[in-house]
Design a protein around this ligand. Structure first.
Ligand SMILES: C[S@@+](CC[C@H](N)C(=O)[O-])C[C@H]1O[C@@H](n2cnc3c(N)ncnc32)[C@H](O)[C@@H]1O
Length: 272
């Protein structure tokens, strides 16, 4: 399943949106994958054989199924946050910070553990008394983590992604959540975006991206983080998180917390 997730992650041009259904035991029972293009028989067979799954395909009338999937997304409570599509947003409890997320073609509603554990770690930092002043969300997707930090700490956040769809979705979500004063959006591959040159060092860096980009960016995370600043990493399996922890020993990063579910793991590290 994890290999399939990675495959879908890298082929968002083909598979635009997915709904994941969990069984009573918390295991994935069914995944609905939406594609705008008709996928040929050979590709379907290759996917079935590679991931040992059975695919059932059906044609959906040309109506706005992205809009439909938005409405179907059920609200969630995670840590200090209540995450909802605009459809259910009115039911938000008053003791939670409301994040209105319309995911469109981007990743990040909180239903996947990799996002959920980042939101829990942000909540944990808040409870520790940490105050975010200047942060960056590398690989913002829908912008969910940027919104969470901006709304919880009322502080500046840079939301960056290398994918144009994600940037557009993030911009819309920033407007929906009325945090344009706090969140600035830039296209950037890691920290390479030219607009990032003058943003200074961060006291919180968030990166829910996959193992390879995380590993590649570790030195940049280190260089761009203030001493005593926090780094939240997600999108790693257990083995990869161990590998990243070991590399972090060479930098002055101390592991503060690790959260795992199924084979996913998220890390909270502090630069000492
Ligand atoms: C798994 S999604 C995470 C979205 C959201 N931050 C969350 O936690 O749900 C990863 C996002 O990172 C972006 N991404 C991957 N590698 C990147 C890189 N090197 N620089 C910038 N963005 C990157 C992808 O385009 C994607 O939108």
């Amino acid at each position: 399943m994890e290999r399939l997730e990675t495959f879908l992650e890298f082929n968002t041009n083909l598979f635009l949106y997915r709904n994941v259904y969990l069984g009573g035991n918390g295991k994935v029972e069914k995944i609905e994958i939406f594609s705008e293009k008709k996928i040929d028989e050979i590709t379907l067979k290759i996917i079935e054989n590679s991931f040992c799954i059975k695919l059932k395909c059906r044609f959906i009338e040309k109506k706005d199924w992205v809009e439909l999937s938005r409405i179907k997304f059920k609200p969630l409570k995670i840590g200090r946050f209540f995450i909802s599509s605009s459809f259910y947003a009115e039911g938000a409890p008053i003791n939670k910070v409301l994040l209105v997320i319309n995911s469109g073609l981007a990743f990040g509603t909180g239903h996947h553990f990799t996002t959920k554990c980042c939101l829990e770690m942000i909540s944990y930092l808040y409870e520790l008394g940490f105050v975010s002043r200047n942060s960056i969300d590398v690989g913002c997707g829908t912008g969910i983590l940027s919104l969470a930090v901006a709304k919880l700490f009322r502080s500046r956040v840079f939301a960056v992604d290398n994918d144009q769809n994600a940037l557009e979705v993030t911009r819309k979500n920033i407007e929906k959540n009325s945090v344009s004063n706090f969140v600035k959006v830039f296209k950037s591959e890691g920290f390479n975006g030219s607009s990032l040159n003058s943003t200074g060092r961060y006291n919180l860096i968030l990166a829910n991206i996959l193992y390879k980009p995380i590993k590649r960016l570790l030195l940049d995370f280190y260089k761009n983080l203030e001493p005593n600043g926090y780094l939240i990493l997600s999108g790693l399996n257990k083995k990869q998180s161990k590998d990243i922890r070991n590399i972090c020993l060479f930098f002055n990063f101390r592991l503060v917390r690790q959260q795992s579910e199924d084979n996913w793991s998220g890390l909270l590290l502090r630069k000492v």
